[in-house]
Write a protein that binds this ligand. Structure first.
Ligand SMILES: [Zn+2]
Length: 633
């Protein structure tokens, strides 16, 4: 496998972001906690960076600014104060967060800096009320071991998390600022990863080290990966927001495929003799073609007095529907770019026609107006004139770039491991000093003290899990890679349930439930503890774990006792079990007569099924044997 990737010159690097489990946010005393439901208050802003800031803003940021987007920030009082609202300067850097970063850095053999300086990194997409993100380098030049290979850790930084986007209404974007200011550690590897598997192993290894600090948050969205991918003759592509470690290799595989396909596309266009001059920004108003159209989107646009504009892509017939990689086509790439630059809902193109109620006759007329030859494709957009024009400009430019291969860009990861166009790649020089926050000295004495009390490294932890809790290697590794290490240890220490049962529940059972769409992240530590206590006390059997967890996931205020009651999963009394056994024997009396003692196995199965989760197998065994002997005698 890695041979295949070395042949094409794959190089990847990772940026892992993980929220830290601090008591307070990075620059204020708010609780780092996300709220559900309606916001307690909102405020509207339009970002207007000053000229001096604009001087250092790259083209992507400048563009965002020009869009003149208005932003509605949603907040509550518990997790937001004047600092997040940018009405008050940031407080001093959170020392607890600094310490966690230093500990993680030392565990990755990185060299802490002498002085930590907070910098501002321009982000004008509204995800920050200030227009920048505060970030500081904590350590440099570390390394971790991946199957005998040293993977360099270029940098460990401490950053404030951004606000989270909760919606978009045309030019109005909604952000929730409860997440803004939650401390994040950012670990950046050198681009020395040469296969998708190696990238995934590296991501897991870093995740394990971060969790081994025991001071990181858990749950969906608390860890996010950015991946940089390039291949020979391709381009350096930055993919943002891979939410799960398991997806890292898939995202890279897909990106490699996409870049290889774009290189093939370049050759195909060369073969077809397409030149840059063939792809001109000549947009034709084709509104009359669609005056009686059955296509809802176009009809609606025309009704609002908007035009349908079209552009011919010389020599592109059939290429727009070509699959570049799983779920990604050139057509969808063009649509992504049109959405970004033209703020349109989407595009139509002739490779996917006839469809959406557009008829062959309409296409025929469209083709005539555009002077379309059989080898040409036509892209058309129905929107406000300026938006449709911007969209087609971007589409034409992207088609021209296809003649050269792979364009540099920033892409966003989808939950299924595919990616989509996000924005152009930002240039350098986006940082300037944050003068409101004083630097922090990192003394040798402090580092020596931290070094003397570093947490166990993942390797040591793994050995201890196997020895102390008698877990097999597979389970120990699963616990290490799960977010439940801490919980596992407290459950194993404080309940009478076997460590293996707990480990299986926290890994395999949760994984299976998650696959079935159960929101297991909602189950709290207290609920887990309650459930395992009841199992340990013999109030229910371990077989009821999946059902109890499913119930608890949907009842955040309730406890395990209520789950058992509601599910009817409390342990059966001896009398109840005896009655059940008698009932089963009676209903199967002919079978018992026929098979004698040989009926035991099948009857045991029937009783266990009926009493699932409410009995111990041993007791069923004992009672059934006795009753069966009595019946036969
Ligand atoms: Zn605050």
């Amino acid at each position: 496998m890695s041979n295949k990737y070395s042949k094409i010159g794959l190089k990847a690097g990772l940026e892992i972001h993980q929220q830290l489990d601090t008591r307070e946010k990075l620059f204020c005393s708010c609780e780092p906690k996300l709220f559900k439901g309606e916001p307690e208050f909102t405020f509207l802003r339009r970002l207007r960076p000053t000229q001096s800031e604009l001087g250092q803003v790259d083209s992507a940021a400048l563009f965002e600014f020009h869009k003149e987007t208005r932003i509605l920030y949603e907040a509550n009082n518990e997790s937001v104060c004047l600092v997040e609202m940018d009405e008050e300067p940031p407080h001093d850097l959170n020392r607890e967060a600094v310490e966690i970063c230093l500990i993680a850095s030392l565990m990755m053999k990185a060299e802490p800096v002498d002085e930590i300086h907070v910098m501002r990194k321009t982000v004008i997409d509204g995800s920050n009320t200030t227009g920048f993100q505060r970030t500081c380098v904590v350590a440099l030049n570390g390394e971790i071991d991946i199957k005998g290979k040293k993977v360099g850790i270029q940098q460990v930084s401490l950053e404030e998390d951004a606000a989270r986007k909760t919606g978009k209404d045309g030019q109005l974007i909604r952000y929730r600022i409860d997440r803004l200011g939650i401390p994040l550690i950012e670990v950046t590897t050198a681009p020395v990863i040469y296969s998708p598997e190696e990238a995934e192993e590296t991501a897991f290894a870093i995740g394990r080290i971060l969790r081994a600090t025991r001071m990181v948050r858990r749950g969906l969205g608390t860890i996010r990966q950015d991946v940089n991918v390039s291949i020979r003759d391709g381009a350096l592509i930055e993919i943002k927001g891979v939410q799960e470690l398991e997806l890292v290799s898939k995202v890279i595989e897909n990106e490699v495929k996409r870049q290889l396909s774009l290189l093939e596309l370049r050759e195909e266009l060369k073969k077809r003799g397409v030149k840059e001059a063939d792809l001109a920004e000549e947009f034709v108003d084709v509104t009359p073609v669609f005056k009686n159209t059955k296509c809802k989107v176009i009809a609606k646009a025309i009704k609002q007095n908007n035009p349908v504009l079209a552009v011919r892509l010389r020599g592109f017939a059939g290429l727009l529907k070509k699959e570049l990689a799983e779920g990604m086509r050139l057509g969808s790439e063009l649509a992504g770019i049109a959405r970004f630059w033209g703020r349109v809902g989407g595009i139509f193109h002739t490779d996917e026609m006839p469809a959406y109620g557009i008829t062959a006759e309409e296409l025929n007329q469209l083709g005539k107006l555009l002077k379309k030859e059989p080898m040409d494709a036509v892209v058309f957009v129905a929107d406000k004139p300026e938006n449709a024009t911007d969209a087609l400009k971007a589409v034409t430019e992207r088609a021209r770039v296809a003649l050269n291969g792979v364009p540099q860009e920033t892409r966003a990861a989808n939950p299924d491991g595919t990616t989509k166009y996000m924005r152009p790649r930002p240039g350098a020089a986006r940082m300037y000093p944050e003068t409101d926050v004083p630097p922090i000295q990192v003394t040798k004495g402090y580092l020596d003290e931290l070094s003397s009390r570093l947490p166990e490294l993942p390797e040591q932890l793994m050995k201890r899990l196997m020895k102390e809790y008698k877990l097999n290697q597979k389970l120990a590794k699963q616990i290490l890679d799960s977010e439940y290490l801490e919980l596992f240890e407290s459950l194993a220490g404080e309940t009478k349930v076997s460590a293996t049962v707990i480990a299986v529940a926290l890994t395999e059972t949760l994984k299976a439930l998650r696959r079935d769409g159960i929101n297991v992240e909602a189950v709290t530590d207290g609920q887990f503890m309650g459930m395992f206590r009841l199992i340990g006390e013999g109030k229910t059997a371990k077989e009821s774990i999946p059902e109890v967890l499913t119930w608890l996931a949907g009842h955040e205020e309730a406890g395990a006792k209520e789950a058992l009651k509601s599910l009817g999963l409390g342990m059966m009394s001896r009398k109840e079990l005896e009655d059940l056994v008698d009932d089963v024997i009676e209903k199967n009396s002919e079978f018992v007569e026929l098979r004698g003692k040989g009926a035991f196995g099948p009857l045991m199965g029937i009783v266990m099924k009926k009493a699932r989760g409410r009995v111990k197998a041993q007791l069923v065994n004992e009672i059934l044997k006795k009753r069966l002997d009595d019946t036969i005698a």
